[in-house]
Design a protein around this ligand. Structure first.
Ligand SMILES: CC(C)=CCC/C(C)=C/CC/C(C)=C/COP(=O)(O)OP(=O)(O)O
Ligand SMILES: [Zn+2]
Length: 435
């Protein structure tokens, strides 16, 4: 999956069979070997992943010239993966990463794809998440929040959406990256939020998922962005949540991985984009039941129609006057949702460990594809969500049967709204509450 562009809308039956046969070969092999060998096959290859990731970070300054416009993304994918594995980067690497990201910071706010490049919302999100994950005071203090706030306001469009960059496209990714960054940095206010809910509601399609822009096809990446944004702005009740849930659960394929959209192939990165959608919906289970139970639901009237009148109704999140935006993400993870995952969590862990994991380290889309940092980050993020999907709170240790393979596979929990490791999120939340 290339997050920058959409390709052909369907795959051929032959493509589908090829994937199925490769995946089923692996599953048959797995089923045919003794339990102790199965346990070895299911092991998360921590040391090899660390070697792959550390090498990548070391070479960030030199060998990634071809990926010159996404270098803050590479920082985030690598640093977040390392944090999920419960490791950290050494002091020299941390200093280099902070200095490098600082050079990507635009004098007028926001981060570009490399030093001197125009600021872009996607690389701003990546840079901020990377700096939060590094977590030191120097790292957090390096973000110029005043200027970044100006940049976000410059990207705001009267439709309610945001542009990705000056004169750039308006889409649901732009809404999410702007709102996520503003929320975590404590600079979110009514002006930034105005009409965002209207824009995202207009992107929910007849299938139930969310498209990148009005009139397009529902897709897992945009659905994650749209749903997370609606939660962060306290407008999630405006989405048709039962339909969204129905759409996403049917995106988990026979291979146990997720596909991004109807009639396309499963891919390890959707373990996070679609797995994240289900994890968020799990927390919203009482709201979903409420929408379904409403006598108006069949008529499509149970969903609040306009931006002004809506609050989520999620316990403490339900307020009548001014909204404490900075704390929505904080309180959300404390909410109790459904006690069990709403998808086949063990099956997805099996897909990630047996099909997406490369023996030499790093993770990939599917068998036959090459590893890369993007897939490593989102396969590990999805694996972490699965492992904690039976836990009442994301930071309480899961029972052994929730974790496929040896318990040493357990990763750090990630915040499902921001995709940063929860411990780092708490530290950043405290830092930006005070400053
Ligand atoms: C935070 C942030 C910037 C999030 C990005 C969200 C994201 C992953 C959007 C996906 C974009 C898209 C339509 C890809 C389709 O590619 P494809 O046709 O190659 O893949 P497919 O066959 O799996 O649909
Ligand atoms: Zn992918």
């Amino acid at each position: 999956m290339d997050p920058a562009k959409a390709s052909c809308p369907t795959v051929t039956q032959r493509d589908q069979w090829m994937v199925e046969s490769q995946v089923y070969d692996l599953y048959h092999l797995f089923a045919s070997i003794p339990p102790n060998a199965q346990s070895v096959m299911l092991e998360l290859l921590r040391d090899r992943h660390m070697e792959f990731l550390t090498k990548g970070l070391t070479h960030l300054g030199s060998s990634f010239r071809v990926l010159d416009a996404i270098r803050p993304w590479l920082c985030y994918w690598i640093i977040h993966s390392i944090a999920l594995l419960g490791e950290s980067v050494d002091d020299e690497m941390e200093t280099n990463a902070i200095d490098f990201l600082n050079r990507c910071q635009d004098p007028n706010g926001g981060y570009g794809g490399g030093p001197g490049q125009m600021p872009h919302l996607a690389t701003t999100y990546a840079a901020v998440n990377a700096l939060i994950t590094l977590g030191s005071e120097k790292s957090l203090a390096s973000i110029n929040r005043g200027k970044l706030s100006n940049f976000l306001r410059r990207m705001k469009h009267p439709s309610g959406g945001f542009r990705m960059h000056d004169e750039g496209e308006i889409d649901v990714r732009a809404c999410y990256t702007a709102i996520s960054v503003a929320s975590v940095l404590n600079i979110l206010d009514d002006d930034l939020i105005q009409n965002v809910g209207d824009y995202i509601v207009s992107c929910q399609t007849y299938e139930g998922g969310i498209a990148g822009e009005p009139g397009s096809e529902a897709h897992g990446g945009y659905t994650y962005c749209g749903l997370a944004t609606m939660i962060l702005i306290d407008k999630v009740n405006r989405l048709d949540l039962p339909r969204l849930l129905e759409w996403v659960v049917f995106k988990q394929g026979k291979e146990c991985g997720f596909q991004g959209r109807t009639n396309k192939l499963v891919d390890g990165c959707y373990s996070f984009w679609q797995g994240g959608v289900v994890a968020l919906l799990q927390k919203l289970s009482s709201l979903i039941i409420k929408q379904m139970a409403s006598p108006d639901y069949e008529e499509g009237l149970a969903v609040t129609p306009h931006d002004e009148a809506c609050h989520s109704g999620q316990g403490d999140l339900n307020r009548s006057s001014s909204v404490d935006y900075h704390n929505i993400g904080y309180r959300f993870i404390k909410e109790c949702g459904a006690q069990e995952p709403l998808f086949y969590s063990i099956g997805l862990q099996q897909y990630i460990l047996l099909c997406s994991q490369e023996q030499e380290g790093g993770l990939r889309d599917k068998p036959g594809k090459r590893r890369d940092f993007y897939h490593t980050c989102y396969c590990l993020s999805g694996l972490s969500l699965c492992q904690y999907s039976w836990s009442k709170y994301p930071d309480s240790p899961p029972l052994p049967n929730a974790v496929l393979g040896p318990y040493s596979n357990l990763l750090k929990p990630t915040h499902p709204l921001f995709n940063v490791v929860i411990e780092r999120y708490y530290e950043a939340h405290e830092f930006f509450t005070k400053s």
